[in-house]
Design a protein around this ligand. Structure first.
Ligand SMILES: Cc1cc2nc3c(=O)[nH]c(=O)nc-3n(C[C@H](O)[C@H](O)[C@H](O)COP(=O)(O)OP(=O)(O)OC[C@H]3O[C@@H](n4cnc5c(N)ncnc54)[C@H](O)[C@@H]3O)c2cc1C
Length: 340
């Protein structure tokens, strides 16, 4: 193992991939993370970070369900073994006034999956989750237990794991990944949306969220009809969303959007109407026509780039699954440099 691995990007994809490389046996002194923005300034830190399947705002990929399943397994393990990592599992309800198309992927992946066509049977579960007053317009429900990563805790925790293993993070912009990938340097491209500079298939999907204080809500709720959602974090705050605007590059926080989000969410769970707003944030989901790019590429400068970007609205959901796959590509190249 003579090569040095440079993971470019300190979002959830870069950090998870670097950690997986270390867990797969690449020595810490042969891994460096280089990032223009440190974790707290990335899209990943804005993420509501609910695990769901099938992936949301990410183009179909034959491997996506497998990546989601692998991540579910890992997040459940982390919640059990590292309660300090900021992961909790809550019932996640999809609600609708109209009949829902059964979520076959969730049914196949989650033993807790259930579907109902009457709210009465749900009442006890909703009461336990702190939402006894769900709007009575909804007639159709699906639920399964879903992990959520509170990114304000989980991202620092990932960084701490890397530091404990001796993996350095350097803050620096890499102007050209291909020049960096020279002989004996394997570059792992986890630059998210910035990959649009080398790949015209990559585009943004702007999302605005509102963070409120509502510690009594202990369930995730996704309204299929309006697109509104509520996702609780471990510190008692609730992420209310949201918007999904393809090809919008601006970072403007729009007041009328905040109002719309709060109106829709309050209609679903009236008890949040007076909850204080703590923050309003905007981020760009890194979407890609054709789904995640997860493959190796030879650089004209003699090295190799392993790409791992384009996770759209499902970076957390797929993070461990794609990290395992990216790490395998890196290891294969380290063992047999000619073979990607
Ligand atoms: C409002 C909103 C809600 C979301 N909710 C969910 C959810 O519930 N569940 C879910 O799974 N996902 C969700 N997502 C999606 C998720 O946030 C993304 O898929 C994920 O953050 C992408 O991670 P990433 O590491 O690829 O990119 P990023 O977090 O953007 O990180 C990219 C990194 O690359 C670095 N970089 C870029 N270019 C260079 C360069 N040239 N040199 C050096 N460094 C560079 C950046 O500085 C940064 O460190 C949501 C997103 C938004 C916006």
């Amino acid at each position: 193992m003579k090569s040095h691995v440079v993971v470019v990007g300190a979002g959830v994809i870069g950090l998870t991939t670097a950690l997986q490389l270390s867990m797969d046996g690449v020595p810490a002194d042969r891994i460096t993370i280089v990032a223009k923005d440190l974790s707290e300034a990335t899209v990943s830190s804005v993420s509501a970070a609910l695990w769901e399947t099938p992936p949301y705002e990410m183009e179909a990929d034959t491997n996506a369900i497998e990546w989601c399943a692998a991540t579910l397994h890992k997040l459940t393990e982390l919640q059990r073994d590292h309660p300090e990592a900021g992961i909790h599992t809550v019932p996640s309800f999809t609600v609708s006034e109209k009949k829902l198309k059964p979520n076959v992927d969730a049914k196949n992946t989650c033993t807790s999956y259930q579907a109902w066509e009457s709210p009465s049977k749900l009442n006890a579960t909703l009461r336990r989750a702190g939402v006894p007053e769900l709007s009575d317009v909804f007639r159709y429900f699906e639920s399964y237990d879903a992990p959520i990563a509170s990114m304000n805790v989980y991202m620092p925790w990932l960084n701490a794991q890397l530091a404990e293993r001796g993996i350095k993070v350097i803050q620096k912009e890499i102007p050209d990944l291909y020049t960096l990938a020279k002989s004996n340097v394997i570059v792992v491209n986890c630059t998210g949306l910035a990959s649009h500079k080398i790949d015209p298939k990559v585009y943004p999907c702007k999302g605005q969220i509102v963070v409120i204080n509502a510690p009594w809500v202990r369930a995730a709720i996704l309204d299929m009809d309006s697109g509104a959602y509520m996702i609780p974090r471990t510190n008692g705050t609730l992420i209310c969303g949201g918007t999904s605007e393809n090809n919008k590059w601006d970072f403007n926080v729009e007041d009328h959007v905040t109002e719309q989000i709060m109106k829709k969410c309050s209609n679903i769970v009236p008890s949040i109407t007076k909850a204080p707003i703590l923050a309003v944030k905007v981020g760009h989901r890194p979407k890609r026509h054709g789904g995640v790019r997860l493959e190796g590429e030879n650089s004209p400068h003699g090295g190799v780039i392993v790409h791992n970007y384009g996770h759209g609205g499902s970076g957390l959901c797929c993070s461990w699954g794609t990290a395992v796959a990216a790490s395998k590509l890196v290891l294969a190249h380290m063992r047999q440099p000619s073979k990607l």
